[in-house]
Design a protein around this ligand. Sequence first.
Ligand code: SF4
Length: 649
Amino acid sequence: MPVQSVYPRLESLLPLVRKPIQYVGGEINSVVKDWDDADVRWALMYPDAYEVGVPNQGIQILYEVLNERDGVLAERTYCVWPDLEALMRQHQVPQFTVDAHRPVRAFDVLGVSFATELGYTNLLTALDLAGIPLPAADRGAGDPVVLAGGHAAFNPEPIAEFIDGAVLGDGEQAVLTITDLIRDWKRAGRPGGRDGLLLRLAAVGGVYVPRFYDVRYQPDGTIGAVVPNRPGVPRAVAKHTVSDLDSWPYPSKPIVPVAESVHERFSVEIFRGCTRGCRFCQAGMITRPVRERSITTIGNMTEAGLAASGFSEVGLLSLSSADHSEINQIATDLADRYEGTNTGLSLPSTRVDAFNVTLADELSRNGRRSGLTFAPEGGTDRIRKVINKMVTEDDLISTVSTAYASGWRQVKLYFMCGLPTETDDDVLAIARVAHRVIEAGRKASGRRDIRCTVSIGGFVPKPHTPFQWAAQCDHETVDARLRALGAAMRADRGYGSSIGFRYHDGKPSVVEGLLSRGDRRVAKVIRAVWEDGGRFDGWSEYFSFERWAACADAALAGDGVDLAWYTTRERSYSEILPWDHLDTGLDRDWLWQDWQAAVDPAGAAEVEDCRWTPCFECGVCPAMDTQIETGPTGARLLPLTVVGPRGDG
Ligand code: SF4
């Protein structure tokens, strides 16, 4: 059946909404393929506004990997703002892709990448606008298979009711396996209908299909068991891991947004995974082991990406970019290559103990100095030991001195509040750290106009980390500590005016905590919030804690659990956690021992990085049949040859 673009119906609505350009598509490097030439069609969604979603690396990689294949088509869709949502409902315009404005319901798969759980209500908006039933159980032959991916998919239980499946881990290979299974199933005449496809995906596609697992609860509200209810589906679903990142050099043709977006640069992922072992960090734990991209591939990708996009900034992306075994060489060689152009290099966030003078010089050589961000996370050496962030205050002072001496005027420091064992003093100490940073910066630079911005987020215990058992700090305590810290910094005569302070109150973290460690019963809360108008929960102007609290009270009333039960309650070793059947490769006992090491009353014990020490047996490498892949390769990037116009000789 021909699939019509909805654009003719959408176009007349666009003058009536804010930032209409975000809905028109046509970006450089976007792809529109012939519908009928494809036999498997993906709609890829980032469940936030275009400006946040369009630079997302995960979506850009999958978009390119899928569109490169013959017979496969992928388009992108984002969450529309409430002004357009209202008009779309009024004029019966369905959720559409920005590439060819095709209705999302016409695709075979809707793949949604969740970087944060606060996008769950936006998923419901998109499904509803698309005309796809919210409960997965109500979907029929004409509906796409709805698959969740991204970091939040490592505990998809709160949205289990709304998705058909979840894909854990690296997506590049997984989407191709899923595509092949869908194609085979369609060619075979769709045996078993929708259920037959989901069974194939669960049995051989590495997809977690929640409906094939029954969850039993105990009278105290905890989980009694999670058991497969179909033969052939695995008891535990393993994450996907791509080895050899050099074989997957994506994106090579980055989308260049037509509207303003949060990152306007070409980002090249220089390695994946992190084994530093920060105990709060879900990204670090679930992406193990470390797999570096070689300096040669990084150079090739940068050259191709800049040529294809015209961006003038290259972001060297990873969880801790300065830890790449050849980072100095990468920065030096790229700075050499682009010397004399206005192409700048940036690192998204830099470890305090990995930053050095060479890096500082090379990042600033071509004239641009985007802000430097360091994340000490905790205000005292004691709390940093608890979270296994092995940097001292003196390390930090020496690092920021290097940065200020190298010409940076502004350094951002990121901290968390509400960490396990945290005291008021741990947070108040951040004021002293900021004071020392400015003092050291003035001395190193010889200037008084330097600044430091302290940015603080509320800590949220995350699944698959040593802190998955921790009690989350209540928002009243977090807010009181942040108020006291703000007052201490303002009271710092002489230095306070050089220190910026950014923080959110503790309430959104509590909701994020509910959604991060929730189970299937939390779906009722998400749906109630969405029906009550909840949208864009990651945006403070839309987020309503009162709405979430009221909906949680009402929706969970019959279950004997509540918001506090999900958030501020410490879990025991023996409790079955909602995500225990989802396998990151991390050994549960290793995580538990690490949790105990963190809260040891005699003082926290630290764990080294296995990149540079013997393996300490977290379990990932043997479980996932992977290994740490690091250099150095010893290779260098040659200067780029300037190619003259044809006929120049
Ligand atoms: S199994 Fe060993 S080498 Fe592999 S990530 Fe874990 S600690 Fe590191």
